[in-house]
Design a protein around this ligand. Structure first.
Ligand code: HEC
Ligand code: HEC
Ligand code: HEC
Ligand code: HEC
Ligand code: HEC
Length: 247
């Protein structure tokens, strides 16, 4: 200390200089610690919703395509949660008296959206775009967990920076064919006893349907991934630039 602070420095000033040096690091570490605590991550915990909407029922049993309700997911940065008109296309005829659907009928009548609790979100300083990911053949379950099995929707994945980078460093392990993204749920319906094995579903796809998450290609499958990266013209080096996600 003697070398850094000349004798005229009072204690308060020393503290100030020390804080200036260590402060930003401490603040970032503090912020990350808070954002990573289980209170804030809530993976696997379904929040209450105004209507007990079940993806299991509508996707797995009835076989409705994601895009019927999330109409913008392929085309826009943000995916939308469906308006009540979308639900009413069926529920003006089915379950018309169920009190479970009261909030939806009320919303339809008054032309105000149902107040769903938003589950997935990245912080304001992070840019994310759905359409590009879907167009590179990444299945929804990679980032959202096994949606088609959920009675009540929960968060499948907390979006840590290192998690995004895990794929951005090695996209060949994860990209797929565009046509497989939505057909997977339909093919999954045809597999044995909800176990998702066989009948036109690959080993990786079985894992995606059962648990979701980052399921890497291995061995010979890696060659297919490398070919897709080339075909899509993905510039892997640039995918880890800070400015891609922080603009
Ligand atoms: C019949 C309409 C419908 C279909 C089909 C549907 N969803 Fe949803 N989805 C909803 C509604 C309503 C919500 C909001 C309530 C909730 O979170 O459960 C929602 C919420 C979500 C969320 C959470 C959004 C958030 O708050 O962060 C994800 C992720 C999602 N859906 C993915 C999918 C995927 C993937 C498919 C296809 C496999 C799909 N959905 C099919 C209606 C639908
Ligand atoms: C393509 C038709 C269709 C659409 C669109 C649709 N539903 Fe359904 N929904 C059904 C059918 C069929 C049932 C099951 C009836 C049964 O099994 O008795 C059902 C059942 C339900 C139930 C009863 C609980 C359950 O899961 O069994 C709720 C709640 C529900 N739907 C909410 C919604 C909401 C909210 C939307 C809009 C986001 C929606 N539905 C869109 C066809 C649809
Ligand atoms: C590469 C990862 C990834 C894939 C693949 C993905 N999502 Fe998302 N999703 C996210 C992230 C990250 C958010 C939070 C976005 C935000 O806060 O701006 C999100 C949010 C959502 C939301 C909430 C509304 C919104 O846009 O903020 C819905 C609904 C949704 N996703 C549906 C889907 C559906 C349906 C699919 C498949 C067709 C899908 N997602 C595929 C990462 C992904
Ligand atoms: C499983 C793989 C995977 C995951 C997980 C993933 N990405 Fe990506 N991301 C890609 C691929 C592939 C591309 C497309 C690169 C291309 O075509 O040039 C991409 C592109 C992007 C782009 C560029 C979009 C544009 O318009 O140029 C942004 C921004 C991005 N990702 C943000 C994120 C964020 C934030 C997360 C984490 C929440 C994330 N990604 C998670 C694979 C992934
Ligand atoms: C593929 C997308 C992506 C890229 C590339 C990326 N980041 Fe991030 N970054 C994120 C996400 C997502 C978060 C939010 C994490 C959270 O909410 O915990 C984040 C958070 C941060 C934070 C806040 C502290 C923390 O760890 O949560 C800092 C600082 C940061 N990024 C710096 C950088 C720098 C510097 C680079 C370039 C070397 C970079 N990022 C590249 C996605 C990205």
């Amino acid at each position: 200390m003697a070398q850094i602070f000349h004798p005229g420095f009072n204690t308060l000033a020393r503290l100030g200089v020390l804080l200036a040096v260590t402060g930003p690091v401490a603040v970032i570490m503090g912020a990350s610690a808070i954002s990573r605590s289980s209170f804030n991550t809530k993976v696997g915990v379904a929040p209450d919703q105004p209507i007990p909407f079940s993806h299991e029922h509508h996707v797995n049993e009835l076989g409705i395509d994601c895009r019927y309700c999330h109409t913008s997911v392929e085309k826009a940065a943000h995916s939308n949660v469906p308006a009540s008109e979308t639900c009413m296309s069926c529920h003006s005829q089915i379950w018309t008296n169920s009190p479970l659907l009261d909030p939806m009928r009320e919303s339809y009548r008054t032309n105000t959206p149902v107040k769903w609790n938003l589950i997935n979100k990245v912080p304001e300083f992070v840019y994310f775009n759905h359409s590009i990911h879907i167009n590179r053949g990444l299945n929804c379950n990679t980032c959202h967990g096994p949606i088609q099995k959920m009675q009540m929707t929960y968060k499948g994945q907390y979006f840590h920076m290192v998690w995004c980078l895990e794929c951005h460093r090695n996209p060949e392990k994860f990209v797929g064919k565009r046509e497989d993204v939505f057909s997977l749920y339909e093919r999954g319906q045809r597999t044995s006893a909800n176990n998702y094995v066989g009948r036109g579903v690959t080993r990786r796809e079985t894992e995606l349907l059962r648990h979701g998450g980052l399921v890497p290609r291995e061995g010979k499958e890696l060659e297919e991934g490398k070919a897709l990266v080339k075909q899509y013209g993905i510039k892997t080096k640039q995918l880890t630039d800070c400015s891609i996600c922080h603009r």
